[in-house]
Design a protein. Structure first.
Length: 503
């Protein structure tokens, strides 16, 4: 058998988080290869998710209400059709996860327990052991994927570029193994499930590998990108000097924890949308008064049992959240923008699909509703699987792709500081223009590294959007203008072109 035949799969899934593994399982019996740059679960934001899945299950709830909350949180840019699809699909996908063995919390009557999070009109977030939903879901998916005969799990192989034939069809990915050697993986269909961009920022709750790799690969190949400027900052990253920063789940605020400053003053309503809470915390910190999450009364002595992940992170830093407020800061957490996909996960390039955080489906708009991310991952992975299970294999054709240069560690550190300073919770034109120039200079020095291309997409989009909307706040343009989605098309080896469309 030739080396090419050994590296050929029906479907190549780039990324092994919730979206990638759920898709792979749903694709049976098609032959699937799943690429993971690290051991399964270690490089995935999904495993770190604390809140759970938002799903309308209660007698006092309905998909229509969930969809309405999603649209309201998205600040005018959520596609209402997508929001409705997401909300209506949620219960069936929770059934799928239960079948895989995910031990969602139960109430005393045996029903799935539901918690309240910011901007939800009803308690509808199903979780595991308080703050262990992501870990528990990933453990169940990893076990199922390892046992599935149709799935090949390839660990230690990181994709850096897409392979394309002479007509632009995507036919796999150019990768590097741990030794730095190039390995090409070919496939009839390629799916990007590479996660977010938080690792481009100095303060983030994401794994270090979340640096917009899928965004950069797709853009370089000529795929359409939407709303790259919308980066959500989780209001309550735990400020204890760790990188990445541990997360204090929003469920703490849903259970009554309060945000206070160093004087003990309560300075913002905890259940406002995330962008508003993040800006309030940012401004309190900038004023020198600091920001703290006070769970002493709301959680108190029950902290170890109700929120074990947060409790362990605090105690490891010498902080007991039962008796002291938790210092918090906004951290880059989720990317609402990404590679444009349709309702079946198709990107704008033949042979390419995109799911999970690296996709732009229209579900999140300018500000993702809490706990909709895991839901979107499973809903669109399921839809992509329905389409790909019946897709005919294309005729074979030669394909190639050039590996981008790696980004030196010193350049990575400088880029993270640059993004934190100029493309963070609050932005302005002068800072964004300076960031664009600095990224261009770095690209001239080291080449078109994936991290630089992803950062350039975010910063250029933020500079072009001269308004404030959701997670994108321009201090020089504090008011919102007419709702519009912003699209970026970057043809291979060409500059960026921007276009807008009314929401």
């Amino acid at each position: 058998m030739s080396a090419r035949a050994k590296a050929q799969a029906d479907i190549l899934v780039v990324g092994a988080g919730l979206a990638g593994l759920f898709l792979a399982l749903k694709l049976a019996p098609r032959r699937v290869a799943v690429l993971s740059p690290a051991p399964l679960g270690e490089a995935s934001s999904s495993a770190w998710a604390q809140g759970g899945l938002a799903v309308a299950l209660g007698a006092d709830d309905a998909p229509d209400l969930h969809a309405a909350d999603t649209v309201a949180a998205g600040a005018g840019l959520v596609d209402p059709v997508i929001a409705q699809l997401l909300a209506e699909s949620g219960p069936d996908r929770v059934v799928d996860l239960l079948a895989l063995g995910v031990p969602f919390d139960r109430s005393v009557d045996g029903q799935l327990a539901r918690s309240l999070e910011a901007a939800h009109s009803r308690p509808r977030v199903v979780r595991v052991a308080g703050d262990l939903a992501g870990r528990a879901i990933m453990d169940a998916l990893i076990a199922a994927a390892r046992a599935a005969e149709h799935i090949e799990i390839v660990q230690g192989l990181a994709a850096h570029a897409l392979l394309q034939d002479a007509h632009g069809r995507v036919r796999g990915a150019a990768c590097m193994d741990a030794s730095g050697a190039r390995v090409d993986r070919f496939a009839d269909e390629t799916v990007l499930a590479t996660g977010g961009v938080g690792g481009l920022y100095a303060v983030t709750t994401n794994p270090a590998q979340a640096v917009g790799g899928g965004l950069a690969m797709a853009a370089r190949a000529g795929a359409l990108i939407a709303d790259a400027e919308f980066v959500q900052f989780h209001p309550t990253a735990i400020d204890i000097g760790r990188d990445p920063a541990p997360l204090a789940t929003e469920a703490l605020r849903g259970e009554g924890a309060k945000l206070i400053n160093s004087r003990g003053d309560h300075f913002v309503s905890e259940l406002l949308p995330r962008d508003q809470v993040a800006r309030a915390i940012h401004r309190e910190r900038e004023s020198g008064r600091g920001a703290f999450l006070d769970a002493r009364d709301a959680i108190g002595a029950t902290f170890p049992e109700r929120f074990p992940t947060v409790f362990a992170a605090c105690m490891a830093a010498g902080l007991d959240p039962r008796t002291a407020p938790i210092p918090v800061a906004p951290g880059a957490h989720y990317h609402m923008g990404g590679v444009v996909s349709d309702i079946w996960g198709r990107a704008t390039l033949e042979g390419l699909s995109v799911i999970g955080e690296c996709a732009s489906t229209g579900a999140h708009g300018a500000n993702r509703l809490a706990s909709n991310s895991l839901l979107e991952a499973v809903v669109f992975a399921h839809r992509a699987a329905e389409r790909l299970c019946d897709a005919a294999a294309p005729a074979s054709a030669p394909a190639r792709g050039e590996l981008p240069p790696p980004l030196p560690e010193s350049e990575r550190t400088a880029l993270r500081a640059l993004m934190q300073a100029h493309a963070g919770v609050e932005r302005d034109g002068r800072g964004l223009a300076a960031a664009c120039a600095a990224i261009d200079e770095a690209t001239a020095r080291v080449g078109d590294a994936n991290e630089l291309r992803a950062a350039r997409l975010i910063v250029a989009g933020a500079l072009a959007r001269e308004e404030s909307r959701g997670a994108h706040h321009r201090t020089d343009f504090p008011e919102a203008s007419a709702p519009r989605r912003a699209f970026t098309f970057a043809a291979p080896h060409a500059g960026l072109a921007h276009a807008s469309a009314a929401a």
